[in-house]
Design a protein around this ligand. Sequence first.
Ligand code: ADP
Ligand code: MG
Length: 190
Amino acid sequence: MAILDIRGVSQTFGEGETAIQALKPTSLSVEAGELAALLGPSGSGKSTLLLAISLIQPPTTGRIEIGGTVLHDEGPTGVDVRAFRLRHIGFIFQQHNLIPFLTARENVLLMLQLNGVARREAARQAAELLDYLEIGHRADSLPARLSGGEQQRVAIARAIAKRPAMLLCDEPTGALDGKTGRLVLEALLA
Ligand code: ADP
Ligand code: MG
């Protein structure tokens, strides 16, 4: 089954003579369990596409179906997009991922609790995930006290905590050096 199916998704910012087409009409399908990578030079519309897919920034044209639910079809379809995104989509950005005034553990806990996991169970799962990503020993640190690679591993823990149907990553290793980037990529693929 296709976890993601998009047809004719495009994005234009502004109107008239100053309009900028950030993304030409794009169609693609990704199977459940499949790993797909978007490759393209800076400014080619990769981030714009991810923001459109997740409907953080709905597209100008096109249809977006995730896990059999049509979230957008040339306009809203009546599905509660915020609730759907919270439950089914994990997002990891290049940087500025974590809430700065919450510890690593609290960042993961918050996502679980927003998804309705009870406090005790959320605490257990958060600890398990942070251990799994080998940052359990930094669980009570604020993001600013962690290295870039550690921060991204917390971001991965938070994104996969709710077991999303789809994980969207926008250059998750872009702010890291090569070696740290490889570690984060390995954690992501594990
Ligand atoms: P990539 O992620 O592939 O580097 P982006 O999706 O960020 O590319 O950007 C694609 C194009 O759209 C760029 O030319 C960028 O300047 C433009 N763009 C992105 N967001 C906006 C916006 N909110 N308003 C106007 N132009 C934008
Ligand atoms: Mg980008």
